[in-house]
Unconditional design. Structure first.
Length: 479
């Protein structure tokens, strides 16, 4: 009797809340009421002007062996390694080589060593340990071909600027200004962006690194319910988006199984860890067209962004990183997770996103690494603005995905940790890709696995999916 009463009470309170919210919306306007109820505020992203890619000139690579031979021929004696004073304070690291000709450390002078600058005796190239890779390329303005100047260093990127006053980009921008703007420009030149700018992102992760799946340290045999019960719990918690508390109440009221909401969260976490490698490394059959968006997820009382990219044709979710920031590194990570799914990256790869400039910056980042794809910005893809007929179906998919996900996460009232939220998102993706039929796929699931299809009901499908995930991990271990 008791749990039923609580459930009823909770539902009543929820109902009351909805009425209050509706009333406040009418009185105060939706956004204010939303703030009171701590809904994520749909902050507009920074409208940043992203200029086209610079011209990247890679420095010619030289071969120190050939240079040493040439020296020998010309001078009739070999070029000797650098003689070092015995008590020299500055040491040249033994594994350091010249970035231009690959000469070993024996040929490197510590120019002003403590500041980290070196010079190569073989090819005379100057470099520092920090920017030794950077020095391999020179960035030039695409409008005037002058070398760009590095003007700022940020945590994740460096800003380059074309300072050439004769640059066509600069001149055009100046000419486009109205009289008013010119006046303001004189007083506050910082407020205007009139010069060509390039942001070079440097991240400490290796995009497209095909790291092998990590075997999770969880043991499902420590779950004290039958596989079928676990399948039931997951069905309520993930498919129907019930909170852990409601799932626990339902398990007791309907199935007479006593299980605490914390235990349900622990189970969800364990299952997520086991299914994640299967979800991430499944050999998906993909199209060349992907759609990306960000949605909100609450972690430790703060709103985070969930970036997701999915195959626009096959409706498969391929990446789902969670980040506290809506920034370029997160966009790069999300796209990288998609690219890692390909054996060979298709030539006509296309990403459809909203107007957020972070995706263009990500595109530049990958272009620098020799990976090219189209970014198609569709204004209005994720808001109420009208969108062209061509992209209306995509807009609908995003909205549906958002709705499905939001409907589910709302009930979970946020997560106590980043791991908790990642666990839930992982289970959601497993459900979305392998278990949830889509009307647009003729009521098929996006990825049809015959073993799952054969199962009579959803709890059995979850059980089978866990089994397949475990088998996958075992195969990986023995491979
Ligand atoms: Zn050299
Ligand atoms: Zn220029």
């Amino acid at each position: 009797m008791y749990p039923q009463f609580i459930t009823y009470l909770l539902q009543y309170i929820k109902f009351q809340e909805r009425i209050i919210f509706a009333l406040m919306s009418i009185i105060l306007g939706k956004s204010v009421a939303r703030g009171l109820y701590d809904e994520p505020i749909d902050k507009p992203y920074r409208k940043l002007e992203v200029d086209q890619m610079p011209i990247i000139e890679t420095l010619e690579k030289l071969d120190f062996k050939k240079l040493l031979d040439d020296y020998q021929d010309k001078h009739d004696k070999p070029l000797r390694p650098v003689i070092r004073r015995k008590n020299s304070v500055v040491k040249v690291p033994a594994n350091l080589t010249c970035p231009k000709c690959s000469a070993p450390s024996d040929y490197l002078y510590a120019n002003n060593g403590d500041k980290g600058q070196y010079q190569c005796k073989v090819c005379t190239c100057l470099f520092s340990k920090k920017n030794r890779f950077l020095k391999e390329a020179v960035l030039k303005c695409p409008h005037c071909l002058k070398t760009l100047e590095r003007i700022k260093e940020r945590k994740d990127f460096r800003v380059y600027k074309c300072k050439n006053n004769a640059c066509s980009f600069y001149k055009r921008k100046l000419n486009q200004m109205t009289k008013e703007e010119k006046k303001r420009f004189k007083q506050d030149p910082q407020a205007f962006k009139i010069r060509y700018i390039f942001r070079e992102f440097h991240l400490d992760f290796d995009p497209l690194a095909k790291d092998s799946p990590v075997k999770p340290k969880v043991d499902l045999s420590r779950i004290y319910v039958s596989p079928h019960t676990l399948g039931l719990i997951l069905t309520y918690y993930v498919n129907y988006g019930l909170s852990a508390r409601k799932t626990a109440a339902l398990m007791f009221d309907v199935h007479s199984v006593k299980v605490s909401h914390q235990t349900i969260l622990n189970y969800a976490n364990s299952v997520a860890l086991i299914t994640k490698p299967f979800v991430d490394y499944y050999p998906y059959d993909l199209s060349n067209s992907f759609c990306g968006d960000e949605t909100y997820i609450r972690v430790k009382g703060r709103w985070h962004y969930l970036f997701f990219f999915f195959d626009a044709v096959k409706k498969i979710i391929l990446s789902y990183p969670v980040s506290p920031h809506r920034d370029t590194p997160s966009a790069i990570k999300a796209i990288s997770d998609v690219l890692a799914k390909f054996k060979d990256i298709p030539e006509d790869l296309k990403f459809v996103v909203d107007g957020n400039p972070i995706y263009i910056l990500a595109q530049h980042y990958f272009a620098q690494k020799g990976i090219h794809f189209d970014v198609h910005k569709v204004i209005g893809l994720t808001n109420d603005d009208p969108v062209s007929k061509e992209y209306r179906p995509l807009k609908q998919i995003i909205e549906r995905l958002n709705r499905t996900f939001k409907g589910n996460y709302r009930a979970t009232t946020g997560f106590g940790s980043q791991e908790g939220s990642v666990s839930y998102v992982t289970l959601f993706v497993a459900y979305f890709n392998f278990l949830r039929p889509h009307a647009s796929l003729e009521n098929q699931v996006p990825v049809v696995i015959p073993e799952l299809k054969r199962m009579p009901n959803m709890p059995e499908r979850w059980t089978k999916l866990i089994e397949l995930s475990q088998e996958y991990l075992v195969d990986q271990q023995s491979a």
